[in-house]
Design a protein around this ligand. Structure first.
Ligand SMILES: Cc1cc2nc3c(=O)[nH]c(=O)nc-3n(C[C@H](O)[C@H](O)[C@H](O)COP(=O)(O)OP(=O)(O)OC[C@H]3O[C@@H](n4cnc5c(N)ncnc54)[C@H](O)[C@@H]3O)c2cc1C
Length: 302
């Protein structure tokens, strides 16, 4: 099917994109086009105007600012997957980007488009939820930041307003912690049937004055545990039951298995399923992927 007619505009800068959005209510931004173009062709979206932001140089690139990573919204999945800077500061993000779709999708698709589209089967929202990222957004009222936890509001829904442009993603440095992304891919699209991101620190507990008097040894335990799951829930979900079950536990296979089993308490009843994998099936195997993610993250602490 062909898309319905629309006016096409190309923005040369963030400021110009803002002006075009204000001048054309209901317009859609076009980044890599991998989600928007199919929607237009299927006539699931029929905006009067499309504003192409794909050549705005200031929206591209990966840098560090001392406190973590800054990734421009137009940075492609392939660039994130190949970036040594991302691998050093947020290995799970590079790992997730490298598993998105196929080379064509990774070379055109952008992190900003992926997040704004908010498909529940996308990989990057889950990783950014676990890593505590923030989104920088430019709207008619100026610039603001939104925590990943507040950015995704439901299935394919975000807190972005009509005139908002996502400009960058900030990811706090995970220095000293290990992080990983593990995915059960749909065999045709590679979208996540289940995706789990984990970030874990390992430290010592005990050693207080009483323990010293008693000569008790310090114990190595998991600290700063963050786990998020996607693919089977409408929006990325922080797994608070898993996190609580693992925190302050000695890193061991039984502890990882016990913590992963707690995911059933996190998932709730609003589970997504399709002809490939029902919601019940996804729930039944979710703990396997949670365990793999937390084991991989713990194995990378260093
Ligand atoms: C065959 C196929 C397989 C795929 N497999 C996967 C997968 O395995 N995992 C996965 O995570 N994704 C997958 N995707 C999706 C892919 O990651 C796309 O990158 C993503 O869906 C959209 O990014 P885009 O840059 O193409 O955005 P576009 O399609 O250009 O835009 C998508 C939406 O975001 C809005 N938007 C874009 N940029 C901004 C911005 N800066 N600010 C505000 N709004 C913006 C647009 O207006 C539109 O509504 C797949 C896609 C295809 C076609």
């Amino acid at each position: 099917m062909f898309a319905a007619d629309f006016e096409y505009y190309r923005a040369g800068s963030v400021a110009e994109a803002g002006q075009l959005l204000a001048a054309h209510p209901g317009a859609k931004l076009l980044a890599g086009g991998h989600s928007l173009i199919p929607l237009l062709k299927l006539r699931l979206a029929a905006p009067a105007a499309v504003i192409d932001i794909g050549r705005i140089a200031e929206l591209r690139g990966i840098s560090t600012d001392g406190d973590g990573l800054r990734i421009g919204a137009l940075t492609t999945h392939a660039e994130i997957a190949a970036s040594d800077t991302v691998k050093e500061h947020a290995a799970a993000l590079a790992e997730a980007a490298s598993q998105i779709g196929d080379p064509a999708v990774r070379n055109r698709g952008t992190i900003g488009g992926n997040l704004a589209h908010a498909d529940p089967a996308s990989d990057l929202p889950t990783v950014l939820a676990a890593l505590g990222a923030t989104m920088t957004v430019k709207g008619s009222g100026g610039e603001r930041t939104i925590d990943a936890a507040d950015f995704f509001t439901g299935m394919m829904a975000t807190s972005l307003g009509d005139n908002d442009l996502l400009t960058a993603i900030r990811v706090p440095s995970a220095a000293g912690r290990g992080n990983a992304y593990v995915k059960f891919s749909h065999p045709a699209s590679r979208y996540a049937v289940i995706g789990v991101a984990a970030s874990i620190g390992i430290g010592t507990t005990g050693g207080g004055w009483m323990a010293k008097i008693k000569g008790e040894p310090k114990e190595t335990v998991c600290t700063d545990v963050a786990v998020a799951i996607g693919g089977l829930v409408p929006k990325p979900l922080r797994c608070s039951a898993v996190e609580a079950a693992l925190k302050d536990q000695a890193p061991s296979e039984p502890a990882f298995a016990a913590a992963a089993a707690a995911v059933s308490g996190d998932l709730g009843d609003d589970l997504l399923g399709d002809v490939f994998a029902s919601g019940d099936y996804r729930k039944a195997v979710a703990s396997v992927y949670v365990q793999r993610a937390i084991e991989a993250a713990a194995g990378r602490v260093g």
